[in-house]
Design a protein around this ligand. Structure first.
Ligand SMILES: Cc1cc2nc3c(=O)[nH]c(=O)nc-3n(C[C@H](O)[C@H](O)[C@H](O)COP(=O)(O)O)c2cc1C
Ligand SMILES: CCCCC(=O)C(=O)O
Length: 389
């Protein structure tokens, strides 16, 4: 019998009988405020912040909230199984941790603690190119657990080649290429504090540990860290890239390639033509295009364009199990979650990230069961109604 994630609920109540309550809230929307009180406005401003006046991030939430679940009754849900296949891999649940850069601003154990949490819960960890920990260290902390690598597609081809080689050697099985960040967006919350996180732990971060990246620096990182950071922001992505450039990645990566940040159905069709394996329907959690379409509103059209030719994943605004349910019902195979686990990490390290994963999946399990589903694979658009207020 598959694991019932909902059992976490009674584990919490049982612990309560001996006087213990969870260290973190089980409504994950409460984490941001708690994190801000503990970690201060710089780091939490960077994590919580978004592009422009925040309208994209608000639209992400509104698009999920506007969709309501229409539960079905009397459908035998006593045995449930949340497992799904993603990119040819069996996963215990339709969830992965999104790539989030510079996690050392949240916790000294940074990506290593988050990756361990993912491994402990059986959820894939997507490591950011902009990780504050070299990818080999993160891989080692994960044993043989499922890990995927997010690529910022650098201007310098040798840096990209080096990252692909290193990721392959370190056992990352799939490549997520982020397309929505050819430049860092206008982010008032960071600008108003002049807070650029990349200086944090600069000497030990993933880029700065890379020989091809270091070869491009005029001076060693420790002699001029500010110049090293400015070199990084100038080269980590390449606004000149176009669709035919994907050939280089296809030739240099044997495993699945997923394009992250696709919102238009025509771009999904182009992904198919470029021989890609999947897309993440995402607006980067509202952090890139101010005024962008909400990710959940873009999802159905991309799903339709993709047909069975691409694995369609989703992120941007997921905060609860019922949000995951809605994304799956709109056609996503699985979802990624970003900020909630970054706050969990900041507040309680590895245990905090595990708490976030367990809350999301317990709530998803219960939402499915209470709505008449024994697993994610039977969900469809008919399970949702759209509020028109
Ligand atoms: C602090 C922070 C850093 C991020 N860094 C990256 C990154 O390095 N690479 C990337 O592809 N996406 C990055 N993202 C975007 C996430 O992968 C994901 O798309 C987004 O967080 C999803 O929205 P959510 O935070 O509402 O779950 C970052 C997001 C946050 C909040
Ligand atoms: C260089 C950008 C990395 C972080 C990122 O993607 C974000 O802040 O959203």
């Amino acid at each position: 019998m598959a694991k019932h994630w909902a059992d976490f609920q009674y584990e919490i109540y049982l612990n309560g009988m001996t006087g213990a309550v969870p260290r973190l809230p089980t409504d994950l929307t409460r984490l941001e405020e708690m994190a801000e009180q503990r970690l201060g406005p710089g780091p939490v401003g960077y994590v919580a912040g978004s592009a422009g006046n925040g309208s994209t991030a608000r639209a992400n939430r509104a698009a999920l909230d506007r969709r309501r679940i229409v539960p079905r009754m009397l459908r035998d849900v006593h045995e449930r199984d949340l497992s799904v296949e993603v990119l040819g891999r069996p996963l215990p649940a339709p969830l992965a941790l999104a790539p989030v850069g510079v996690l050392s601003i949240m916790h000294p154990e940074a990506e290593t603690a988050a990756a361990r949490a993912a491994a402990a819960q059986g959820v894939p960890f997507i490591l950011s190119s902009a990780s504050s920990t070299p990818m080999e260290q993160v891989a080692e902390a994960m044993g043989d657990a499922e890990r995927w690598f997010q690529l910022y597609w650098a201007k310098d081809r040798e840096v990209t080649r080096s990252f692909l080689d290193r990721a392959k050697a370190a056992g990352f099985s799939a490549l997520f290429v982020t397309l929505d960040t050819p430049l860092l967006a206008w982010r008032p919350r960071d600008l108003d504090q002049a807070y650029l996180p990349f200086l944090h732990g600069v000497g030990t971060a993933n880029y700065f540990s890379d020989p091809a990246f270091r070869a491009g620096l005029a001076k060693p990182v420790h002699e001029d860290p500010n110049a090293a950071v400015m070199h990084f922001v100038g080269m980590f992505a390449d606004p000149a890239k176009t669709w035919p450039d994907l050939e280089f990645l296809r030739e240099n990566w044997d495993g699945p390639i997923v394009l992250k940040g696709v919102l238009h159905p025509d771009d999904a069709r182009r992904a198919v033509n470029a021989g890609m394996d999947g897309v993440v329907v995402s607006n980067h959690g509202g952090r890139q295009v101010a005024g962008s379409v909400a990710a959940a509103d873009a999802l159905p059209r991309v799903v339709e364009a993709a047909g069975d030719r691409l694995t369609v994943l989703f992120d941007s605004g997921v905060r609860s199990g019922d949000d995951i349910y809605k994304a799956l019902a709109l056609g996503a195979r699985a979802v990624l979650v970003g900020r909630p686990y970054a706050y969990g990490l900041g507040l309680d390290g590895q245990a905090g990230v595990e708490h976030v994963i367990r809350c999301l999946l317990a709530e998803l399990d219960l939402t499915l069961a209470l709505s008449g589903h024994s697993g994610p694979t039977t969900l469809g658009p008919d399970d949702l109604a759209e509020e028109t207020v």
